[in-house]
Design a protein around this ligand. Structure first.
Ligand SMILES: [Zn+2]
Ligand SMILES: [Zn+2]
Ligand SMILES: [Zn+2]
Length: 190
């Protein structure tokens, strides 16, 4: 077993357990676990949250940045575009085989550009209503269908991407139905 896997397992074993942050974080390359002090905080580089499993680099001053070439904070990396294409291909494959229950359509984050907007004017990126993590390219989501006439209202979203370990929708709404907009609290049509 590699060190990475051990770190990751340690994170999984500690799920649900809240440990206080103790002392400064040692610089170096790390894998984000649930115990990482930076887990769920926002990256200054790309504006995305740090998730469990994210590879990061901690610098001497304690600042944390992603090292994944899929996120902009890591800077241009060899094969970055290819890696992204691979993720998309993988997701598309699973989307075809994964049965879709319920009426709400599954959307790709690229089809909902507002979800991928970078942080602007002090505003943070959009986050999932369930896990509170940011939306990344190539993820599948359910967008709240609330609308007034043809105008969509809240446009908030929840991950629905089991292939990437994002079971937010299934956990949040096991019946796969949304009766009330979670943001506007208006009743939704059946
Ligand atoms: Zn980042
Ligand atoms: Zn989520
Ligand atoms: Zn809504």
């Amino acid at each position: 077993m590699t060190t990475d896997e051990e770190l990751f397992d340690a994170g999984l074993a500690g799920a649900g357990e809240v440990r206080p942050v103790t002392g400064p974080v040692r610089p170096g390359e790390r894998i984000t676990t649930l115990q990482s002090p930076w887990h769920t905080t926002y990256c200054d580089g790309c504006g995305h949250t740090f998730r469990r499993g994210d590879r990061v680099r901690v610098d001497q001053g304690g600042a944390v940045r992603h090292t994944s070439s899929l996120l902009s904070c890591a800077g241009p990396a060899d094969g970055g575009v290819n890696a992204e294409a691979e993720v998309l291909e993988f997701t598309e494959g699973l989307e075809r085989t994964w049965p879709v229950r319920g009426e709400l359509p599954i959307r790709r984050t690229e089809d909902e550009p507002h979800l991928l907007l970078g942080p602007i004017g002090g505003l943070r990126r959009h986050v999932c209503l369930f896990c509170a993590h940011t939306f990344r390219p190539g993820e599948l989501v359910i967008v709240c269908p609330c609308q007034a006439g043809a105008r969509r209202l809240c446009r908030r979203a929840v991950h629905r991407d089991p292939s990437q370990g994002l079971v937010c929708w299934e956990t949040w709404s096991p019946a796969s139905k949304l009766k009330v907009c979670p943001v506007m609290l208006t009743k939704l049509e059946d």
